[in-house]
Design a protein around this ligand. Structure first.
Ligand SMILES: Nc1ncnc2c1ncn2[C@@H]1O[C@H](COP(=O)(O)OP(=O)(O)OP(=O)(O)O)[C@@H](O)[C@H]1O
Length: 600
């Protein structure tokens, strides 16, 4: 009984235990005194049968409460009734001890008195009991594998400092998490404090009700629930402020601990649509060389998107946003994607269209992406042939007939052969972006990159599908300053002005600027100056090459006159035809283009 008492007290707040103990001492002392004082007066032996009946009723009520929990009111009634019954027993047993028991019965009388006092204490404990809120691990209305999000958040929240707060801990490593996670063990109690209010968290393990075979291993070993205990007077603070706070904090901790993932659909394994590796790209917006205003605009746009759930609901649109990043190679398109993922802490799904068999597979891939993710299709102009097939088909046939294939055509032939396996259509892709299926899952960013924005089908990149078009261009002076700060830790230098002039006169990608700035040997003393001089040399060289090219072009124009013009026209036509691209085609085929099979 003493042991049981100890266990029970461990799960109650100290204040309640003290109050219950004080009440017990008061009632026990008062009744004993009264019985002693009325030693010769009243005879309480008549109470025996009544108390026995009352005890049986109490036991029956207890069983009913186990089968049909009657909530707080039930425990209040049970507490008051048992306080009365055991006060009666105390009175009755003390009376027996004084008047009827002889020396041999004292042991029995002492145990009876101890048991009465203990039950009285329990009754008071029951009356003064804390409010308890239970958070089940699995909710009955959720899908078979669904875990209660609140339970997971609480688990994460309690894992902070749990190694100091709980005496028995569980340690686990989870795929995709940064470190070993400690959490309180079953039947452990952790005390927490919120705005000066003390609460207790208790982890209870419920044994499985049915012994039926389940494929879900985690559920076979029994479900768990967290019980939050607090005093009734704090009910509103706890339910309105503390619990939302715990859940919010728990989610943040999960986000902090979680590794971002980089998924790919090129896995060669039919079982999993996506396979992933840990996403560890270090790019941040601070390191992106770009006009500061433009950079800030992108950051603001992304942040606004993450907070726009209500807004998207109100206007009746799926909560997703399309970005088109375009610009020459080496201007930082991939780096911006990585910076976006790091800023938002989203997973990245790198969708390789050439590996998707058909529209159905594309839809399956979409459904299988998680929320809070960025779906990327890089170099979309290389993945898709967007100008319709009829013209290309005839061109392909022509190519097949030709005996000697130029290297470019041979390469294209191999690529097309690979592409022909895929039957993804433009309409399939458009549906992927903003069709009915695109609304499965929320908080998603769809991102296309291209080096040739002019070659893309307008339907693919119209506003609404690709909401924001971001051009990444050659390095300007502001972008250079970011690179100089990052690569050389230089914010100003007397060579900056010269570089500014050269950058205005010639075009160089941020990738090339970065490469020139990068110190070539570690620990160089004047690395900053050497880097800047390297860049100046490279810029002057690039300027000279551009000048020579321009001169040659001018000279060529003068020599060849009209003949060259005709030839170049023919070349252009050929090129347009062979690549299957051109705005006029798009216009002609505008309506049918959505339905056309894309060569992937
Ligand atoms: N705007 C930029 N800011 C900072 N670094 C850049 C920028 N552009 C390019 N770089 C540097 O150049 C390298 C290549 O850039 P990145 O791959 O992002 O260019 P890209 O435009 O995606 O090229 P591609 O079109 O060929 O894929 C990066 O590793 C990065 O270090």
């Amino acid at each position: 009984m003493t042991f049981m008492n100890g266990v029970l007290c461990a799960y109650k707040s100290g204040e309640i235990i003290l109050q219950a103990a004080a009440l017990t001492v008061l009632v026990t002392g008062g009744l004993t005194l009264y019985t002693f004082c009325s030693k010769k007066g009243h005879d309480f032996s008549f109470l025996g049968p009544f108390l026995l009946c009352a005890l049986l009723v109490l036991i029956a009520f207890g069983i009913i409460r186990i089968l049909f929990p009657l909530g707080r009111l039930g425990s209040l009634i049970a507490g008051c009734a048992s306080a009365l019954v055991f006060s009666g027993f105390l009175r009755y047993d003390t009376d027996n001890l004084i008047k009827r028991f002889d020396y041999d019965d004292y042991l029995l009388a002492a145990s009876a008195l101890y048991s009465n006092t203990f039950n009285l204490f329990l009754a008071f404990l029951n009356i003064l009991d804390d409010v308890t809120i239970t958070f089940e691990e699995y909710q009955s209305d959720e899908s078979f594998h669904g875990r209660n999000e609140a339970y997971t958040a609480i688990e994460n929240y309690l894992s902070i400092d749990s190694s100091e707060r709980a005496s028995k801990l569980k340690a686990k490593t989870t795929k995709g998490m940064r470190s070993i996670a400690f959490s309180m063990d079953d039947y452990e109690v952790i005390t927490d404090e919120f705005e000066g209010i003390k609460v207790k968290w208790y982890l209870e393990k419920q044994l499985p009700v049915s012994q039926s075979i389940s494929w879900d291993v985690s559920r076979d070993e029994g479900r768990r629930c967290y019980k939050l205990m607090f005093k009734d007077k704090y009910r509103s603070i706890i339910t309105e402020s503390y619990i939302p706070y715990v859940i919010e904090e728990g989610k943040k901790i999960k986000k902090r601990n979680k590794f971002q993932k980089l998924y790919t659909n090129c896995n060669g394994d039919d079982r999993d649509l996506w396979t992933y590796v840990t996403f560890q790209h270090p790019a941040t917006f601070d390191a992106i060389a770009m006009e500061p205003n433009k950079k800030q605009e992108i950051i603001n746009d992304l942040m606004a998107f993450t907070k726009s759930k209500e807004y998207y609901n109100r206007i009746g649109k799926a909560w997703k946003r399309g970005y088109l990043l375009y610009g020459p190679p080496g201007t930082g398109k991939s780096s911006v994607i990585a910076a976006m993922a790091n800023l938002l802490h989203y997973d990245v799904y790198d969708l390789e269209l050439t590996a998707v068999q058909d529209n159905t597979s594309l839809r399956k891939l979409l459904i299988d992406t998680s929320k809070k993710s960025i779906i990327v299709i890089e170099d979309i102009d290389c993945s898709l042939d967007l100008t319709g097939q009829r013209k290309n088909q005839s061109k392909d046939d022509e190519n097949k007939d030709s005996k000697v294939l130029p290297i470019k055509e041979m390469a294209k032939g191999t690529r097309d052969k690979k592409k022909s396996k895929s039957k993804v259509t433009l309409s399939g892709l458009l549906n992927f972006i903003d069709g009915l299926w695109s609304a499965c899952g929320e908080e998603r960013i769809i991102l296309f990159t291209t080096n040739h924005v002019d070659k893309l089908d307008p339907a693919l990149i119209r506003r609404g599908r690709m909401d924001k078009h971001i051009e990444l261009s050659y390095c300007g002076f502001e972008a250079f300053k970011v690179l100089a700060k990052n690569y050389l830790n230089l914010e100003s230098h007397n060579l900056f002005e010269k570089i500014r002039t050269l950058l205005e006169e010639t075009r160089m990608t941020p990738a090339d600027v970065a490469e020139n700035l990068m110190p070539k040997s570690p620990g160089l003393e004047n690395a900053g100056e050497v880097g800047l001089e390297n860049l100046i040399l490279a810029l002057e060289k690039a300027k000279e090459v551009e000048r020579l090219k321009a001169e040659e072009a001018l000279k060529g124009d003068g020599d060849n006159g009209e003949l060259d013009e005709e030839e170049s026209d023919e070349e252009d036509d050929e090129e347009d035809g062979s690549e299957g691209e051109g705005t006029s085609d798009e216009d002609e085929d505008d309506d049918s283009s959505d339905e056309d099979l894309l060569k992937i």
